[in-house]
Every structure is written in C-alpha cells, then in structure tokens.
Design a protein around this ligand. Structure first.
Ligand SMILES: C[S@@+](CC[C@H](N)C(=O)[O-])C[C@H]1O[C@@H](n2cnc3c(N)ncnc32)[C@H](O)[C@@H]1O
Length: 231
C-alpha cells in the first residue's frame, strides 16, 4: 500500500530529493522503516550515499542550509512511539507539530487518531519532505510555515528536537498561548527553566539514519506544559 502511494506521488519525492541535492549533490532519499516503529515509513537520507569526508564547499553548504528534515531525529522518533502507545493523548484532538522536519510526530499523531494535524516548519524544504512522507503514509496533514498560521486554539502542540537553537526557547510561551497542552521531546535538554513545564518521562532513542555523530543525544526527555491560568 505504502509504495503504491509513493509511485503515484513520485513528484513529491523528487522535489524533496532535489532540495537535498542542492547541498549534498551525491545524496539520495530512501524510503525506510524506522527502528521499533513499524507503522510509519519515511523518505530519509540514504546512509549508503554519505560515506567519507565531504569536500569543503559541500561542507560549507551543508552548514549554511542543513537538511535536518532528511533525518528522523531521536526526539521525533521517541515522541512518535509515545503517541502510538498513548493514543488517548491525541485521539479526536486538534494537534500541531512545530518544527515537524520529516513529519514523523505529525504522522504518528494522525495514526493515533487525532482529528486534525498541522505540520509546521519554517524550512520550505522540510515541508516538501513532510508532504512526501505524508503521502507515503496516506496522512492528510495541513502544512504551514509558521505557528501564526494555526487556528487560534489547538488542543495539543508538539515540539520535538526544536530547542537545539536557544533562540527557540521563546516558542515555549508561544505554544502555550496557542495550545491547551504542549508536549516537548528533546534529547539535548534535561531541564526546562519554565514554571509551566514539567518533565514526565525519559526514554532512549537514536536519530535515524544513525551516522554515529549523534550517539551522545540518545536520551530523550519528555516535558508537559500547561498554561497556569491563575497567573
Ligand atoms: C532537528 S529538526 C527536528 C525535526 C523533527 N521534529 C524530528 O524530530 O525529526 C528541527 C526542525 O525544526 C525546524 N524549526 C526550527 N526552528 C523552528 C521554528 N521557530 N518554527 C518552526 N520550525 C522550526 C527546523 O527547520 C527543522 O526542520
């Protein structure tokens, strides 16, 4: 079923692969299963294309325009598994996945029974990849470039591996202003210095494909945030 969709929507996959090749000309996307998550398949960087040191100009381009969306980050993978194990957390709800990248958490939210899922990323290439991945998994996500495009209120906001950029800490309040509940999954932070967020779980998950660079970030902490209306 999944591969038939990809053939039908080959254009989506080609658009995403062309975006990847702007910075990594030798790279390809490969439709792959995810470790421990057999309900979802994603088009991700084919690890077979990424051996050996990169030429300097390619390295510069990758740093200037990193294709984060060509990986399924450990935090997104862990969050997707949690959503599928705890479908009551999103079933029937309006969900927004901010910094969706490859779209793994958004797709999982829909599979878990969410009523509507908004996939948000400021990188247009990420949205193209997410569109291809939604087609592969027969997901009907809504795609937006900024959280200001969300409906005024949503039930749940997801943030997986977005706080790597310290300037994104402002997103915590923006998400609390939009959503009744905010779920953060992050492998790079163990504590959020914000009175409305509480850590509630820690799990192990590696980024996929695992090129070995990210092994130090294998422990993913989950935080739940709710607006304290008393304040
Ligand atoms: C490390 S990736 C994580 C992707 C995905 N959540 C996962 O776990 O696989 C971070 C993504 O967040 C996006 N991003 C960063 N800051 C953002 C912001 N302020 N609003 C929306 N997207 C953002 C980036 O473009 C990138 O695609």
């Amino acid at each position: 079923m999944l591969f038939e969709n990809v053939v039908k929507d080959r254009g989506l996959l080609e658009t995403a692969e062309k975006a990847l090749q702007r910075t990594l000309p030798m790279a390809r996307l490969q439709i792959t299963e995810l470790p421990g998550l057999d309900q979802i398949r994603l088009a991700l960087l084919d690890p077979a294309c990424s051996t050996g040191p990169l030429p300097e100009e390619v390295m510069r381009a990758v740093i200037a325009e990193p294709a984060y969306w060509s990986f399924c980050w450990g935090s997104g993978l862990a969050l997707a598994k949690w959503l599928l194990e705890e479908p009551d957390s999103v079933s029937g709800q309006i969900v927004a996945d901010i910094g969706t990248g490859c779209g793994v958490a958004a797709i999982a939210a829909e599979l878990a029974g969410a009523h509507q899922v908004w996939a948000c990323d400021l990188d247009p290439d990420a949205l193209d990849c997410c569109r291809a991945n939604a087609a592969i998994n027969e997901s009907t996500l809504e795609f937006i470039p900024h959280l200001s495009h969300l409906p005024e209120r949503v039930d749940i906001v997801l943030l997986a591996d977005v706080l790597y950029d310290r300037s994104n800490f402002g997103l915590l309040d923006q998400c609390l202003n939009r959503g009744d509940t905010v779920i953060v999954a992050d492998s790079r932070i163990e504590h959020i210095d914000h009175s409305e967020f509480t850590a509630f779980a820690r799990v192990e998950a590696l980024t996929y494909p695992n090129l070995g660079e990210f092994d130090e970030f294998k422990s993913v902490t989950f935080f739940r945030g709710r607006r304290d209306t008393e304040r």
